[in-house]
Design a protein around this ligand. Structure first.
Ligand code: HEM
Length: 310
C-alpha cells in the first residue's frame, strides 16, 4: 500500500475514535479498526526511512570534513547548508520525538494542501469570472513568457492570494483544532472550566455573518486589504493561532500559488459538479466527498485538447 493511501485511511479512521462512543475504549477501537495499525506502520516506516537516509548523508558530510571538529562543524558553512527543518529537529530532539515530529510535518504538509487545492480548483472552475481575473493577473506578471515563477512572481500574485484565502475561509483544511484549557474561561453566560478539552470550530467561525455579510458566497474581495483591516483578527483562522499555530503557513500559500498559477496559465478549468452538491466530508481535514470532477481545456484555443479529471 502506498504512503498516501495509508495517510488517507488514517484521516478517515481517526474521527471514528472521537465520534463513536464505544471506541473510547482503545481495545474495541483497535479490534475493529485493524487497518489503522497497518496504516500507522506504513507511515512510521516512511518517516524512519527519511531519518535513516538523512543520518547517512550527515555521516558522509562528517567524513568529508574531517579537518573540522564536530562542535565547529555544527556552525560551519557545510552544516548550515544542511540545516533545513529536519536538520534542526535532529539537532534538538531524541529519536522518538524526532519521528513524531517528522510524521507531524509530513502529514500536516500533505493532506491540508491537497484538500485546499481540490477546493480551489473546484471553486475556480465554477466561478469562471474569478478564474479569468486570475488569468489576467498571470498575463500581467508573465507578459507572454512561459517561464517558471520566481519567488518575486509568487509575491506579486495578490489576486490569486485573495482567491486562496477565500477558499480557505469556506473550506479550511483543518476545520477544527483541539485545546485543553489552562484556566476557567468565561464566554457570555457560560464558564468553561480549567482542564476541559475543547474543539474550536474554525469552519463555523469563518461562516459567521457578523464578520462575512454573505458567508456562504465565494467572494475573494473578502480579503481586500481594507476589509481585512476592519475585521477581528480571530475571525479568520485557517492556520489556527497562538503558540501551536501552523508552522508551514507561508510555505503552504507559496505552494498553492505555484500549482494554481501554473494550472490557470495553461488551462481553462470547468467544474462539472456544483460546489453545493459536493458534500464536505469533515474529518481531520475537510475534503469534497467523492472528489471533484473537472474539465481542463488547453488555453491555446485548440478545442481538441480537452481533459476530464475526477
Ligand atoms: C493549506 C495548507 C495548510 C493549512 C490550512 C494548515 C493548517 C494547520 C492547522 C489548522 C494547524 C493546527 C494548529 C493548531 O492546533 O492550532 C496546523 C498545524 C501544523 N501545520 Fe499546517 N496547514 C497547512 C499546510 C502546512 C504545511 C505545508 C506544513 C509544512 C510544510 C504544515 C506544518 C504544520 C505543522 C508542523 C503543524 C503543527 C504545529 C504544532 O503542533 O506546533 N502545515 N496546520
Amino acid at each position: 500500500m502506498l504512503y498516501v493511501n495509508a495517510l488517507h485511511d488514517i484521516v478517515t479512521i481517526i474521527p471514528k475514535k472521537y465520534s463513536v462512543p464505544w471506541f473510547l475504549w482503545d481495545f474495541l477501537f483497535h479490534r475493529s479498526q485493524k487497518r489503522y495499525k497497518e496504516c500507522i506502520d506504513i507511515v512510521h516506516q516512511f518517516s524512519e526511512n527519511i531519518i535513516r537516509d538523512r543520518l547517512s548523508e550527515d555521516a558522509e558530510t562528517l567524513e568529508n570534513n574531517t579537518d573540522l571538529p564536530f562542535s565547529e562543524l555544527h556552525d560551519s558553512e557545510v552544516r548550515r547548508k544542511n540545516m533545513d527543518s529536519l536538520g534542526l529537529l535532529m539537532k534538538k530532539l531524541r529519536k522518538d520525538d524526532l519521528q513524531n515530529n517528522v510524521d507531524a510535518l509530513v502529514f500536516a504538509g500533505h493532506d491540508t494542501t491537497y484538500a485546499a487545492l481540490s477546493w480551489a480548483i473546484q471553486l475556480l472552475g465554477e466561478h469562471t469570472d474569478v478564474q479569468e481575473k486570475v488569468y489576467e493577473e498571470m498575463v500581467q506578471i508573465f507578459d507572454g513568457s512561459n517561464r517558471s515563477p520566481t519567488k518575486q512572481d509568487l509575491l506579486e500574485m495578490k489576486y490569486l492570494e485573495r482567491v486562496i484565502k477565500e477558499t480557505l475561509r469556506l473550506y479550511p483544511s483543518g476545520p477544527t483544532v483541539g485545546r485543553k484549557t489552562r484556566k476557567d474561561i468565561q464566554i457570555g453566560e457560560y464558564t468553561i472550566p480549567a482542564g476541559a478539552s475543547i474543539w474550536i470550530e474554525i469552519y463555523f467561525i469563518h461562516r459567521n455573518p457578523k464578520y462575512y455579510p454573505h458567508p456562504e458566497e465565494f467572494n475573494p474581495d473578502n480579503f481586500l486589504p481594507e476589509r481585512v483591516r476592519d475585521r477581528h483578527p480571530y475571525a479568520y483562522l485557517p492556520f489556527s493561532a497562538g503558540p501551536r499555530n501552523c508552522l508551514g503557513q507561508r510555505y503552504a500559500i507559496m505552494e498553492l500559488k505555484a500549482v494554481l498559477s501554473s494550472i490557470v496559465r495553461n488551462f481553462k478549468i470547468r467544474s462539472l459538479k456544483e460546489t453545493k452538491d459536493l458534500n464536505p466530508l469533515m474529518g481531520l481535514t475537510i475534503t469534497p466527498h467523492g472528489g471533484v470532477n473537472i474539465e481542463l481545456t488547453l488555453r491555446d484555443n485548440n478545442k481538441e485538447n480537452k481533459f476530464t479529471e475526477n
